[in-house]
Ligand binder design. Structure first.
Ligand code: NAD
Ligand code: IPM
Ligand code: MN
Length: 356
């Protein structure tokens, strides 16, 4: 198969982990006889430094012209600590999602058996957890009107959803539930928010079309608690942009680390595959970032955008083998991990490549 993949590393550890993700794609192409070509483009802080724009037109054009995008992360402490900054790396990410119509963000919470001990949650609570989040990605409080009034003393961000926006993400979640354990949990705050009441109304209206799927509605506060108390009760979860952002960082602790969670952002055009984590300034440049979220994002890319299931499975199997062989990056190591099994980003990538 011939495909063109755009690599967009972005900032901080985005650079470090995407390098490994790309090597994995190269290895898969060689092993399975595919012809993947690559290009690179700037986004985030590095793009602001080079062009003044967090999402240069050139990057967007390259994204549109590619068959898939492997994305790293954006962000820099310079902006995090300067609320008055008008141009910010995150604007690049949000604009990319909007411009490409990436309304569905799939965030699988996949727990590898070997990492049962890596979480701060008890193994007996975790064992068997397997959740697929559908986070709506181009609406909600992220994209509504925002601003200041009263000479800057009052700030507002408007949360807004239209029926079709809820319906299209809910349908994707229903469809996915059908291929899994046939359970769908829709998470909202319908006891308070009008957007959530619309959300719940739309999901309720769709439910009769999917009689084989068991639907439940949960309030986000309670869902946040249940995720830790009893993660196994969830199969597919569908939720709004902001709730999905928060709940999936929480859910990363089911999988052991932020460094384990991959995602697929899909919708109207080129799919973008990205770890759920950010640029992680606290560990940038130390070479210790866990590259597996990027590697597993590459696996999602092959499966979802290219339909290459065997190739995708080969990556997941290699990750499984790496962990079974006892190798860990620092974030997923514990007191039982021997020092010689704790690998840096690059070494973890090399060991992984040997297992594909
Ligand atoms: P973060 O996800 O970057 O980091 C949170 C914590 O998880 C940190 O302690 C970090 O060291 C750890 N971590 C994250 N990824 C890891 C990995 N692969 N291996 C090992 N440890 C890992 O979140 P943050 O610190 O709140 O944000 C830092 C910056 O990233 C901010 O500027 C934020 O806006 C940005 N951000 C970007 C994205 C994105 O590009 N998709 C996502 C989240 C945050
Ligand atoms: C993510 C990030 C982004 C989000 C930020 C950096 C805009 O946290 O991809 O999860 O909130 O969507
Ligand atoms: Mn996030």
């Amino acid at each position: 198969m011939k495909k063109h993949i755009l690599i967009v590393p972005g900032d901080g550890i985005g650079q470090e982990v995407t390098e490994v993700g790309k090597k994995v794609l190269e290895k898969i192409a060689a092993k399975f006889g595919h012809e993947f070509t690559y290009d690179e483009a700037l986004i985030g802080h590095v793009a602001i430094e080079a062009t003044g724009n967090p999402l240069p037109d050139e990057t967007l054009e390259k994204m549109r012209a590619s068959d898939a995008v492997l994305f790293g992360a954006v962000g820099h402490p310079k902006y995090d600590n300067d609320p008055s900054a008008k141009v910010r790396p995150e604007q690049g990410l949000l604009k990319m999602r909007k411009e490409l119509g990436l309304y569905a963000n799939l965030r699988p919470i996949k727990l590898f058996d070997e990492l049962l001990g890596a979480s701060s949650i008890k193994p007996e609570i975790l064992r068997g957890s397997d959740i697929l989040f559908f986070r709506e990605l181009t609406g909600d409080i992220y994209f509504g009107e925002k601003g200041r009034k009263n000479e800057g003393d009052t700030a507002y961000d408007i949360a807004e959803y239209s029926r079709y926006e809820v319906e299209r993400i809910a349908r994707k979640a229903f469809d996915a539930a059908r291929t899994r354990r046939k359970k769908l949990c829709s998470v909202d705050k319908a006891n308070v928010l009008e957007t959530s009441r619309l959300w719940r109304e739309v999901v309720q209206k769709l439910a009769p079309e999917y009689p084989d799927v068991e639907v439940e509605h949960q309030f986000v506060d309670s869902a946040a608690m249940m995720l830790i108390k009893d993660p196994k009760r969830f199969d597919v979860v569908v939720t709004a942009n902001l709730f999905g952002d928060i709940l999936t960082d929480e859910a990363s602790q089911i999988a052991g680390s932020m460094g384990m969670l991959a995602s697929a952002s899909v919708g109207d055009s080129t799919g973008v595959y990205e770890p759920i984590h950010g640029s992680a300034h606290d560990i940038t440049g130390k070479g210790i970032a866990n590259p597996l979220a990027s590697v597993l994002s590459a696996a999602l890319l092959l499966d979802i955008s290219f339909g290459l299931k065997a190739e995708s499975d080969a990556i997941i199997a290699a990750v499984d083998k790496l962990l079974k062989d006892g190798f860990r990056t620092k974030d997923i190591a514990d007191e039982t991990t021997p020092a010689d099994k704790i690998l840096n980003t690059q070494a973890a990538g090399e060991e992984l490549l040997k297992r594909i």
